[in-house]
Design a binder for this molecule. Structure first.
Ligand code: SF4
Ligand code: SF4
Length: 359
């Protein structure tokens, strides 16, 4: 059967579409039919337990829309799901790998739109479609598993057998007949528990269950309040995000790839290093950064998900953990910062550094 307005039948179109996705630089691609996600009950139980912390967009309408992938975009029947690597072999450093390049929302949306334009050119007619890049009410990892890209690791990441888990996921929801890919049914974690063992805050409370309220990624990026004091020492030198449960994963050790799209490659200025002196220098730079410098330095970067005061709060924790007496002047200056949470974290850090110095 040919697709509307084109001589290609559905399997041919699907095959060419997936080839086009790889041609655009994506590391994995597949097709899923839309419907109720297999993991919706697990998502609801997680939410009901409050493990999503203060991410209020996951409640209310957001939760209803996530309950069925046919809801977010009227008329859509299938999802073209793609993944792009942000991995690489450089040390993790104080800023999570995903945030070191240009803002992935923008980069991937542009590529997914190219896929949409290719479809319209190929079919010779408009196609009702909408791109989603970690920005809409979709359980994207569920959709990716359904599209055959990979499985849910015990660290809650979507792991692909050929490119590991340092991947951005994006979907184009389309109103179009396509041939669904075979879902990825296998669980290739086996008896491994490396991610659960390595998590410094115990946020992976059981395999595939992440308590965001204990997760360094959530706390440094999404949480707009004080960081719980008992957890602060576990942050080490991390300032924005955390890659630990991904770094230890054997699938990443073996298969991670350098960023597939050039603009996802790390920008200058983000330390891709675990060297303590570099982490301290970066933290001090954040501590003294003005609003204008913040806007200029991080223009077009995903790191702006955290406001400047949040980065300064996080930098205080990093200096409290890995700083020395040489960092005290910068921390002391923040003790009079206009934001009360920066003041409180700076005082905490001063006490820690002072105590360490006295030992
Ligand atoms: S991102 Fe870090 S804190 Fe969060 S679950 Fe993974 S290892 Fe734990
Ligand atoms: S570290 Fe092991 S258990 Fe965790 S996601 Fe990777 S393979 Fe699975």
């Amino acid at each position: 059967m040919s697709t509307h307005g084109s001589t290609l039948d559905v399997p041919e179109l699907t095959q060419r579409l997936l080839a086009q996705a790889y041609g655009l630089g994506f590391d994995a691609a597949g097709i899923a039919s839309l419907g109720e996600p297999a993991t919706v009950s697990a998502f609801e139980a997680w939410r009901a337990a409050g493990m999503h912390g203060s991410m209020a967009w996951l409640d209310g309408t957001g939760a209803t829309l996530r309950g069925d992938t046919r809801r977010p975009h009227p008329g859509a029947t299938h999802a073209i799901v793609v993944a792009a690597s942000y991995g690489g072999r450089a040390p993790s450093g104080p800023v999570a790998r995903y945030a070191r390049g240009d803002d992935y929302h923008v980069v991937l949306r542009e590529r997914v739109r190219e896929l949409h334009h290719w479809l319209e050119r190929t079919l010779g007619r408009p196609v009702n479609a909408r791109p989603y890049v970690d920005s809409g009410p979709l359980l994207e990892r569920d959709l990716a598993q359904r599209a055959g890209l990979g499985w849910f690791g015990k660290n809650t990441m979507l792991i692909t057998p050929k490119a590991g888990a340092f991947l951005f996921l994006a979907s184009l929801l389309v109103e179009l007949d396509l041939e669904p890919s075979a879902p990825f049914e296998a669980d290739r974690c086996g008896r491994c528990t490396r991610c659960l063992d390595a998590c410094p805050t115990g946020a992976l409370v059981e395999p595939r269950v992440l308590d965001a309220r204990r997760c360094i990624s959530y706390l440094t990026i999404e949480h707009r309040d004080a960081i719980p004091e008992p957890l602060r020492a576990s942050f080490g030198g991390l300032i924005y995000g955390c890659d630990i449960c991904n770094d230890v994963c054997p699938w990443n050790e073996r298969f991670t790839r350098e960023p597939s799209l050039p603009s996802l490659a790390p920008r200058m200025g983000f330390p891709a290093s675990d060297d303590v002196a570099e982490i301290r220098a970066f933290a001090r730079t954040l501590c003294v950064m003005s609003a204008a410098e913040y806007a200029d330095t991080f223009r077009g970067s995903a790191i702006k998900r955290a406001k400047l005061w949040m980065l300064q709060r996080n930098a205080c924790i990093a200096l409290g953990n890995v700083g020395t007496a040489a960092d005290l002047p910068v921390l002391e200056a923040l003790c009079t910062h206009e934001h009360p949470l920066v003041r409180e974290h700076a005082k905490w850090a001063c006490e820690r550094v002072g105590a360490m110095d006295r030992q």
